[in-house]
Design a protein around this ligand. Structure first.
Ligand SMILES: NC(=O)c1ccc[n+]([C@@H]2O[C@H](COP(=O)([O-])OP(=O)(O)OC[C@H]3O[C@@H](n4cnc5c(N)ncnc54)[C@H](OP(=O)(O)O)[C@@H]3O)[C@@H](O)[C@H]2O)c1
Length: 360
């Protein structure tokens, strides 16, 4: 009975609605894409541009091409080191009047070495300075676990044995309370979470200002059905990071952390994805993205390649049939499909807020 009532209440609470929107209009650009209504009333474009691992020399061009092709949602983070370049392009577009600030949806994130009340405003203001903006649309706690900061304040502190120095003194609730203040100060329109498990989302959700988004790894091999259901009940929208399976991330893990994942997946190359790509005459990446947006999941594919940037938002002229959606649903490997368990941060699984079950 209790479960039934909870589900019923959840369905009543559910306000995430997806609408076809034609209102992104600028001087000479008119685009049409779906948006998802967030709990704070804002409309987030269902496709955004991811920017992790985008190189400094490519990122300005990528943002320029993305804006020209109708992207209005950009995802970044303090520690991607892309905010400054994104800011340069946004500034030009805003100053020239080609776009209005309210047409954009910009997300950035508090770094895992700034997860403490005293640091929240400092990092948000640094991000705003780099982005050349007065406010962001969404500010996320990047990860639920915290590290001590290095002396320069630009990275996590490491111990002598190479493990990361865990900060277990600051709890996520007190950090969240500080994020709430940033909404009240007008430095961000909304606040949210990233890489939080369902218990952690529920815990934060008791706060006065609710999280509007949980951004998590989500693709055909890790479909996060249970987490998505838990978020739906709380009216927390889900954004899929690495929606294409993050090809190339393994090289990055190897170069940066001397860490590598066994059997790094090639989701774009899966025979079912290839079969559907031929059937619909769409690229494998478009099939994977369509699979998610057709279920109202927000996606933020990263690309700096002009053709792929265009393809990744060209998703609104076809529908996958329910049989084909089922074929893609069947690719879910659940926890075995997870790429980002963050074990490249040596020792992170010892943090009390580590969100995943340690792999056997
Ligand atoms: N919150 C978090 O902890 C977290 C973690 C990871 C990522 N993210 C966010 O999510 C975004 C996306 O995730 P991601 O960058 O890990 O992975 P992704 O978007 O799944 O994949 C990006 C990779 O796929 C390639 N690619 C892009 N479009 C393609 C297409 N249509 N066909 C074939 N290959 C394509 C890109 O190369 P080219 O650039 O050469 O096209 C790039 O190497 C990030 O950029 C970041 O903004 C957040």
């Amino acid at each position: 009975m209790l479960i039934k009532n909870t589900i019923f209440r959840g369905i009543k609470l559910l306000k995430i609605c997806v609408t076809q929107k034609n209102s992104f209009q600028t001087g000479f650009i008119k685009t049409s894409q779906k948006t998802v209504k967030l709990a704070n009333g804002a409309d987030i474009p269902i496709v955004g541009l991811g920017t992790w691992r985008s190189q400094p020399e490519e990122i300005e061009n990528a943002v320029q091409i993305a804006l020209e092709n109708g992207y209005r949602h950009i995802d970044t983070a303090f520690n991607y080191n892309t905010e400054e370049y994104i800011g340069n392009v946004l500034h030009k577009w805003l100053e020239s009047g080609k776009i209005k600030r309210e047409e954009l949806f910009i997300t950035t994130k508090l770094p895992n070495f700034g997860n403490r009340p005293a640091d929240v405003e400092k990092y948000l203001k640094l991000s705003l300075e780099r982005l050349q903006l007065d406010y962001v649309d969404l500010y996320l706690i990047h990860m639920p676990f915290s590290f001590h900061s290095n002396e320069a304040g630009n990275g996590p502190l490491k111990n002598e044995d190479g493990s990361f120095s865990l900060d277990t003194e600051n709890d996520i609730i007190s950090t969240w309370k500080e994020l709430e203040k940033q909404v009240q100060k007008g430095l961000t329109k909304a606040i949210g979470l990233s890489n939080f498990n369902s218990e952690q989302v529920q815990r934060i959700h008791r706060a006065e200002i609710k999280p509007v988004v949980n951004q998590v790894e989500l693709h055909a091999y890790l479909q996060q059905k249970e987490l998505r259901d838990a978020c739906k009940i709380l009216n927390v929208a889900v954004t899929a990071f690495s929606p294409l399976g993050s090809p190339g991330a393994n090289t990055h893990f190897q170069n940066k952390y001397s860490y590598s994942l066994n059997d790094f997946p090639d989701i774009l190359g899966h025979p079912i994805v290839k079969e559907l790509s031929e059937k619909y005459r769409k690229q494998p990446g478009q099939i994977l993205l369509r699979h998610l947006i057709q279920q109202d999941v927000i996606v933020i594919p990263k690309s700096t390649n002009p053709e792929r940037i265009k393809a990744n938002i060209d998703l609104f002229d076809f529908d996958l049939s329910s049989d084909d959606l089922e074929k893609l649903n069947a690719l879910d490997k659940k926890e075995d499909g997870r790429i980002f368990d963050f074990m490249f941060f040596k020792g992170v699984d010892k943090h009390p807020e580590y969100p995943f079950k340690a792999r056997l």
